[in-house]
Design a protein around this ligand. Structure first.
Ligand code: AHR
Length: 327
C-alpha cells in the first residue's frame, strides 16, 4: 500500500510537471542532465526522486535523463556510459556504494562532463573526479540520535542498566550505512554497559528487515534497543515485533531509533511507536539545480555541501508540523 502511494505521488509529479524556479529566457537552450539514481528502496528515496524531477524540469531550463539503478552499481555504470553517449551537459550521481567509481568517472572526465554527487559520497583518492557533493552528514545523524538515547536513559535513571542493541544495517558500503554504523560503534565503545546483540543486513528495505527481525526474534528476545538505519527498515522491524508480541516505543520493552524522519515515521513517533527519528533530508532537487546554475555562471561551488538536520521525538511533533512536512 505504502509503495502504491509513493508510486502514485511520483506519477502525479511526472504528469503535473515541475516545481518552478527561475524562468529561463525563451531562446535559452535546455541544460541536459543525466541523473543516475540508486533505486526506489525507501520512502526517502521516492521523496528524493520527486524532488530531483521537480527541480530539473523543462520550465526550469533543464532536460532530465533519469535512470533508476534498482540498487545495483553495475546498472549505474551502464546508465553513466549511456549518458556519455547521449551527450549530457552534467552528470548527477547518487552513488549506491562509496567504492569502485574511479574507472567510470575517468571516462566521464575524459568526455568533459562535470559530475555532481548527491546524497551519498564516493571513496576516490582523486577528488577532481567530481566538482561537488550535496547531502547529509550520516555520522552526525547517528551521533545525534545516540546522544538522544543517552540523555533519555539518564533522565529515566536507567543509564547504567545493560543495553543490548539490535542493529539493522542499510546497504553495505554506502555512505549512509558507513556513517550511521560508525556512530553506533563509537557509542558502544564508550558505553561499557551497551552492546550490539546482532547486526542484520536490511539493505534499506522494509521487506528484508521484516524477515530478518522476525527470524532473529525466534532465537533472541532480549533486546532493549533497535537501531534501524532507515524508516522503512523500522516499519519492517515493528511488524516483526508485533507478531512476536513484544512492545516498543516510549514505555514499551524496545526503544526504536530510526533514520530519515519521513512523514509516516514521524506520525508513528507522535503516536508513541517510534522513540526518536534522526532526520535525513531528501529534498536535494533545488540544491542540485542551484549548483548547476552556479557552474553555468562560471563559478566553482564549494566541494562538500552539508544539509542541516535534527532529531525528533514525540515532544517535538504536532499534527500541524506533520501536515506541513514535504515528505
Ligand atoms: O542515502 C540515504 C539513505 O538511502 C536513506 O536513509 C535511506 O532511506 C535511503 O534508501
Amino acid at each position: 500500500m505504502r509503495k502504491t502511494i509513493a508510486l502514485l505521488l511520483l506519477a502525479a509529479l511526472l504528469l503535473s510537471g515541475c516545481a518552478r524556479q527561475a524562468v529561463p529566457a525563451a531562446e535559452e537552450k535546455l541544460i541536459r542532465v543525466g541523473f543516475s539514481q540508486v533505486g526506489a528502496e525507501s520512502d526517502w528515496r521516492v521523496a528524493n526522486t520527486v524532488s530531483m524531477i521537480g527541480a530539473l524540469c523543462e520550465e526550469n531550463g533543464f532536460e532530465l535523463l533519469f535512470d533508476n539503478a534498482k540498487q545495483r552499481q553495475e546498472n549505474q555504470f551502464v546508465a553513466i556510459r549511456n549518458f556519455i553517449q547521449q551527450g549530457v551537459d552534467y552528470l548527477v550521481l547518487a552513488p549506491i556504494a562509496e567504492a569502485g567509481w574511479e574507472d567510470v568517472l575517468r571516462e566521464v572526465q575524459a568526455a568533459g562532463i562535470p559530475v555532481i554527487l548527491v546524497d551519498r559520497q564516493i571513496a576516490a583518492e582523486d577528488r577532481d573526479l567530481y566538482v561537488c557533493w550535496v547531502g547529509s552528514d550520516f555520522q552526525a545523524e547517528g551521533e545525534q540520535v545516540l546522544r538522544w538515547l543517552e540523555e533519555t536513559l539518564e533522565s529515566r535513571g536507567r543509564a547504567s542498566e545493560p543495553l543490548r542493541i539490535l542493529h539493522i544495517r542499510g546497504t553495505d558500503g554506502s555512505s549512509a550505512q558507513l556513517g550511521r554504523t560508525k556512530a553506533l560503534e563509537n557509542a558502544v565503545r564508550t558505553h561499557p554497559n551497551w552492546s550490539v546483540a546482532a547486526v542484520l543486513p536490511g539493505e534499506f528495505t522494509e521487506a528484508k528487515s521484516y524477515e530478518l527481525v522476525r527470524d532473529y526474534l525466534r532465537e533472541d528476545r532480549d533486546i532493549q534497543v533497535i537501531y534501524s538505519e532507515n524508516d522503512n527498515m523500522s516499519f519492517g522491524a515493528m511488524r516483526a515485533l508485533d507478531e512476536a508480541g513484544i512492545s516498543y516505543g516510549p514505555g514499551g520493552d524496545v526503544t526504536i531509533l530510526s533514520f530519515d524522519a519521513v512523514r509516516e515515521a514521524l506520525q508513528l513517533c507522535m503516536d508513541g511507536k517510534i522513540d526518536a527519528c534522526a532526520e535525513c533530508n531528501p529534498l536535494h532537487g533545488p540544491r542540485v539545480a542551484a549548483l548547476i546554475r552556479q557552474m553555468e555562471e562560471g563559478k566553482t561551488p564549494g566541494k562538500l555541501n552539508y544539509v542541516l538536520e535534527s532529531v525528533y521525538d514525540a515532544d517535538d511533533l504536532t499534527p500541524a508540523f506533520l501536515a506541513a512536512r514535504e515528505y
